[in-house]
Design a protein around this ligand. Structure first.
Ligand code: CMC
Length: 431
């Protein structure tokens, strides 16, 4: 681990006491104060709602520089990975630390292929969901249910972790595709191991209704989109996976919780919300100023979806890649998507508007991805499922890293109590 500890370099003066602590320096020069013993020594806690200023762990998976708009996985630039790798290679890199050699890749792919099926009882389970269920609800709960298929009584089997990882990578797209087809009264299509990861998903979803030529074009774009979603260090859903894992809950419980966290519109659910917003603008005749005005109005809960980020204070580098993927996809498919024009105009107005400039609000990864999915004919209620498919690699990488971390403890934040102080109990008859 590349963590430098500078002993006793920072002091905090507090109620006449001095708390002296170490400075921790990461491999990219990021610094943090070790506050683990702060409460023991001073009696005070650090209050940080939303954890904007709290480091929950050290991690060697992904480095972000929010000021410069940089993202690197295990040292490799995201752009290089998106240009040169497929999703499974990136998943391997995130989880195991190195890009696979040809031999390692063949071994990994072999395991993926062996587990690339939905058993009859899993299909039966999927057949019982109400057809109107949101695909994220189905995905989260079926992933959690995998505990029942693969773990003893919900108690984790650490020794099967490798297999659990492969199962999650293979079952997730199949669960999503099964659900898509069943909702439309169509039969499940088993995957074809001659196809790549993204192409197999498209095949399981659309079957022969999409020609192999078109499917290849879509798969090329989808592999890149899965890669740009693959990891983003301690985001809300990844932190959720780590928090759930910290109680030694099993892998499926942890990832099921992560899917739930991702679903929210402030996180992965933003891709669906962006398309709803763009469609609304289109329906209203393209009144962009009205939307910008609403987003700036403090009395209105509406936010410009696909804009802003906790870490990035500049353009999200993933949004650049996503926009390029959209442009190439539309050209290769020979289709036009009017929502892309609306999105570009909206972006132009927002990034020149003082409200957004002064708050460093720029397009994030979700601003353009939905337009790509829409061009592929994927229904918008499935957009966040595609985010989950990509992020699966990151969740699993963090879970593996967390399990191997000797300093791990159960996640258990504190609070400052603001409720009623002690009072006498009053029997119901006297209330
Ligand atoms: N539209 C309008 N105002 C915004 C927006 C937005 N999209 N985002 C932030 N602001 C304002 C916010 O009102 C606040 O203003 P003020 O300082 O006057 O109170 C200021 O900017 C700072 O916002 P914040 O809520 O403190 O920032 P945060 O770091 O807590 O939230 C965010 C980050 C992503 C939740 C937020 O920017 C947002 O709600 N964006 C829209 C939803 C979205 O696109 N989410 C996808 C994020 S990227 C995918 C992923 O999750 O990885």
């Amino acid at each position: 681990m590349n963590l430098e500890t500078k002993k006793d370099v920072a002091t905090v003066e507090f109620q006449g006491k001095t708390y002296t602590t170490d400075l921790l320096v990461g491999s990219e020069g990021e610094v943090g104060l070790d506050m683990r013993d702060f409460r023991n020594q001073t009696g005070a806690i650090c209050l940080d709602p939303g954890f904007g200023n709290t480091g929950s762990c050290t991690s060697a998976i992904t480095f972000l520089d929010g000021e410069k708009g940089l993202i690197r996985h295990r040292g490799y630039k995201l752009q290089d990975l998106a240009d040169n790798c497929n999703y499974l290679e990136v998943a391997y890199l995130l989880m195991l630390g190195e890009l696979p050699t040809p031999y390692q890749y063949r071994q990994f792919l072999g395991k993926i292929h062996e587990n690339n099926f939905l058993g009859p009882s899993l299909q039966e389970l999927l057949n019982h969901y109400p057809t109107q269920s949101h695909p994220m609800a189905v995905l989260a709960s079926v992933v959690l249910s995998l505990t029942g298929f693969y773990s003893d009584l919900g108690v984790d089997k650490f020794y099967e972790l490798d297999l659990d990882v492969v199962r999650l990578l293979t079952k997730t797209p199949l669960i999503a595709a099964h659900n898509y087809r069943r909702k439309r009264g169509m039969k499940y299509i088993p995957p074809d191991n001659n196809l790549g990861y993204a192409e197999n998903f498209l095949y399981s979803m659309f079957g022969r209704s999409v020609s192999p030529e078109r499917r290849k074009i879509m798969a090329k774009a989808l592999e890149k989109l899965l890669i740009i979603h693959a990891d983003h260090e301690q985001n809300c859903s990844t932190s959720t996976v780590r928090v759930i894992s910290s109680s030694n809950a099993n892998v499926y419980a942890a990832v099921g919780g992560g899917i739930g966290a991702l679903w929210g519109p402030l996180h992965g659910g933003a891709n669906e919300a962006v398309i709803n917003m763009l469609e609304y603008i289109n329906m209203q005749g393209g009144d962009l100023e009205a939307v910008i005005k609403r987003a700036k109005d403090k009395n209105d809960e509406f936010r410009l979806m696909g804009f802003g980020h906790r870490v990035y204070k500049t353009y999200d580098p993933r949004a650049h890649i996503a926009k390029k993927v959209v442009d190439e996809l539309l050209e290769d498919l020979g289709v036009e998507e009017p929502l892309v024009d609306i999105a570009m105009k909206l972006e132009k107005i927002a990034i020149e508007d003082d409200y957004f400039v002064s708050r460093n609000l720029y397009p994030n990864v979700d601003f353009y991805t939905g337009t790509a999915y829409k061009a592929m004919g994927i229904p918008k209620e499935m957009f966040t499922v595609l985010f989950a498919m990509g992020r699966m690699a990151g969740w699993l990488a963090h879970l593996l890293e967390f399990r191997a971390d000797e300093s791990r403890r159960i996640s258990r934040p504190r609070q400052i109590y603001t409720g009623v102080t002690a009072r006498d109990f009053v029997p119901m008859t006297e209330r």
